[in-house]
Design a protein around this ligand. Structure first.
Ligand SMILES: [Zn+2]
Length: 262
């Protein structure tokens, strides 16, 4: 009996601690002490941004299946994202994300994603989400950690997946790409990431502000306006924006993006 009561009290105590932790974490008051390998770059949200408004939000965690190496890669990506800043930005950048600032992107991500997991069985994708089965969780594949892809492109994948968390946008589901799906030179459209022929694949969008569209918006804003980014980052951003832009198959959406960021 005493043992049961004690357990109940301890449960109550633990519950109270967790509730307080949740409230404080939401308010951005402190960073809970976690093993470093389980704490990702969102922890930096609690710091005050230099030129942009301070963002708030809980830390993004790696689940226990994520290797230390993979977790470190994501942490590095988010740390770099925080450094992004530009004085100017496009209209769609402002309406979707806000000003061109790392803290703005991090807050946008933190509002949608809490956890990173892995699925090493998947070979034809870089990352995926399964809301509402796994709400607020991004699953990364081996391709995410491939040295073949630049950091700014990996970051755009995180934003892409975060867009899929939005219930309001019906998760911004993709549509099938045309069959055949060829570029202006008559060449098959291939994924920059996997080399897969995109013809007939559910890897296209009809909207300018879906998961691919917001990749274009972020990458082109970085390419055009980021003052803290080096030349290689801006070139990488421009290159991978092309992959996402190719997947927009509605002419009005293409024109909207072209006017905004090209
Ligand atoms: Zn997607």
């Amino acid at each position: 009996m005493t043992f049961t009561a004690d357990r109940r009290l301890r449960r109550l105590g633990l519950g109270a601690v967790l509730a307080l932790w949740g409230a404080a974490a939401r308010a951005g008051d402190f960073n809970p002490a976690l093993p470093p390998e389980l704490k990702l770059g969102f922890a930096i949200l609690s710091r005050t941004a230099g030129r942009a408004p301070a963002a708030a939000g809980p830390a993004l965690r790696c689940d226990p299946k994520v290797s230390r190496r993979m977790c470190g890669i994501v942490e590095g990506d988010l740390a770099f994202l925080r450094s992004v800043w530009g004085k100017s930005s496009s209209d769609l950048q402002k309406s979707v994300f806000g000003p061109l600032a790392g803290s703005v992107y991090l807050a946008w991500l933190a509002a949608r994603v809490k956890t990173v997991g892995v699925d090493y069985r998947v070979a034809d994708a870089v990352a995926y989400t399964q809301p509402p089965l796994y709400p607020e969780k991004i699953l990364l594949t081996r391709a995410y950690a491939s040295a073949a892809h630049p950091q700014i492109a990996r970051i755009s994948v995180l934003l892409h997946e975060a867009r899929h968390m939005e219930v309001k946008g019906r998760y911004w589901s993709h549509v099938r790409c045309p069959v055949p799906f060829r570029d202006a030179r008559g060449e098959d459209m291939l994924s920059f990431w996997t080399g897969e022929n995109l013809s007939g694949q559910p890897a296209c969008d009809r909207t300018a502000v879906g998961a691919y569209g917001i990749e274009v918006i972020m990458l082109r804003n970085v390419s055009r306006y980021c003052l803290t980014c080096g030349g290689k980052v801006r070139m990488d951003a421009d290159l991978y924006a092309r992959d996402a832009f190719n997947r927009i198959i509605d002419s009005a959406a293409v024109e909207t993006l072209r006017r905004d960021v090209y």
